[in-house]
Design a protein around this ligand. Structure first.
Ligand code: DLL
Length: 444
């Protein structure tokens, strides 16, 4: 019998049990937890109670998982408007941790955890790591930032619960990261994919060949990265690079993670119920249809989220996975609905540009997109670093490479843009989430 909330004497055992249960059992568990979550949120969160009242819905109306689609969405603005604690469903005496995520504007959003929530979080992170083939005996270097960001502590507790050895390096001080990696026998690393690319470079400068170290696994997330980027990372470092997804509003890292099949991310759906909707109409889409991911927490106590609109674009995958897990999968997130920008009427996502650039030999996986406005017209320049060999080529060869890149971007995006080849190491590196777009259009 599975308890309605997380927790089990042996976390490792709990990990495998729920990842492989028959879908019908999972649905029954989800429904019981959903009903409990809706009742509790209705009782304790005024905003939610008022919204249900306005729609004439009572918690008892949720009789099936499909009934979830009657409930109103929650959006980021709800967190801002109730800042800091307005969506909490537990009193402060029961809350053991707060995290915060800063947006691009104004105040951060604040998220809360009870002791049970932290246990659930550790459990899903344990399952994420286990799914990437990690376990006791692994030495995990955790280079996600420790602090208000959920990445550091989320991965830390998960790695400890797994029984692995965790080294809390946090982000930054790259030379020390490489020293630790080499001297402490690190077998796995967690950080953003862009920061790992930076570490690959630092290692080369320090004459350390990552391929000769025991390092074999990377668990990367917190920002979009393409399959082309994964290939580059794996080829340069000799590791397997897994994608992990999550967001502060739902729990932090550990909402979903890849497995050895590297074919979509398994959602820990006993705790997070996924829907994909049409971002314009709000209609729930079928499996395989691409749209905005909406998540409902099924066991969160301090800050339950009902139908939270993530803005992340994906599709749910049905059908069995080669790894045998029965957890549903989602496609890797290539883009957010709000990182799209429009240039001369064409919708562009940074991930399209990344895919186009990395398909061309001679480029390095470091780029930035600069948007500006000249004489009232939008312009887009893609600055991309190229290999030292390419950079030292004759002018004719550089011109040819530029033309190839312009053409490659045009093919994917449908727009001829300017491309500027940059010397290796000339673009800024990030320790956390990379900034891929610099929009100077409002400056004019
Ligand atoms: O980035 C939590 C996290 C930490 C996830 C470490 C994975 C690893 P936030 O700072 O709240 O939380 O940012 C959440 O980051 O809505 C996505 O847009 C983006 N994101 C997170 N993981 C991925 C991923 C953490 N694997 C926002 N691929 C999310 C693409 C991702 N985007």
């Amino acid at each position: 019998m599975i308890a309605a909330t997380g927790g089990c004497a042996s976390p490792f055992h709990a990990a495998s049990a729920l990842d492989f249960i028959p879908p019908a059992e999972m649905r029954a568990l989800q429904l019981a937890r959903l009903q409990a979550t809706v009742r509790r949120t209705h009782q304790r969160v005024a905003v939610f109670r008022e919204r249900l009242a306005a729609l004439g819905i009572a918690p008892e109306d949720i009789r099936s998982l499909d009934d979830l689609s009657q409930l109103p969405f929650t959006v980021k603005a709800d967190l801002r408007e109730t800042y800091p604690f307005g969506l909490f469903a537990s009193p402060m005496e029961e809350i053991v941790r707060l995290h915060a995520s800063s947006g691009t504007t104004g105040k951060p959003i604040v998220v809360a955890y009870t002791r049970e929530d932290v246990d659930v979080w550790s459990n899903v992170m344990l399952r994420a790591f286990a799914g990437c083939g990690l376990g006791r005996g692994d030495v995990i270097q955790n280079a996600y930032g420790y602090g208000l960001f959920t990445g550091g502590l989320g991965a830390h507790y998960g790695a400890e619960t797994l029984g692995a050895t965790v080294i809390p390096t946090s982000g930054g001080n790259s030379a020390r990261q490489i020293m630790v990696m080499k001297d402490f026998g690190v077998t796995a690393i967690c950080c953003t994919p862009s920061y790992f690319l930076h570490l690959i470079e630092r290692a080369a400068e320090m004459d350390v060949d990552l391929r000769e170290l025991p390092l074999r696994t990377g668990v990367f997330g917190a920002e979009p990265w393409t399959v082309a980027m994964r290939r580059r990372i794996e080829a340069l470092s000799g590791i397997r690079a897994y994608d992990i997804y999550g967001l502060s509003e739902i729990i932090g890292p550990g909402v979903a993670c890849e497995c050895p099949a590297q074919d979509g991310l398994h959602i820990f759906e006993d705790h997070f119920y996924p829907e994909v909707i049409d971002p314009n109409s709000g209609r729930v889409l079928a499996d395989q249809e691409e749209g905005e991911l909406v998540l409902t927490t099924l066991s969160k106590r301090a800050m339950p989220m009902i139908r939270y609109r993530t803005r992340d674009i994906t599709a749910l995958a049905s059908g069995p996975c080669a790894c045998g897990r029965t957890l549903r999968r989602m496609k890797r997130i290539g883009r957010r609905s709000d990182d799209m920008f429009i240039i001369r009427g064409v919708n562009v996502f940074p991930s399209q540009v990344e895919t186009a650039l990395l398909a061309v030999e001679g480029t390095l996986p470091h780029y930035v997109i600069v948007l500006s406005r000249r004489h009232g017209l939008d312009e887009m320049e893609v600055q991309v670093e190229v290999t030292p060999e390419a950079f030292s080529d004759k002018i004719g060869a550089l011109e040819e490479l530029t033309a190839t890149l312009v053409h490659a971007i045009d093919r994917v995006v449908g727009l001829r843009v300017q491309v500027r080849l940059m010397e290796p190491h000339s673009l800024a590196r990030s320790e956390g989430k990379a900034r891929r777009v610099i929009d100077n259009r409002s400056l004019v």
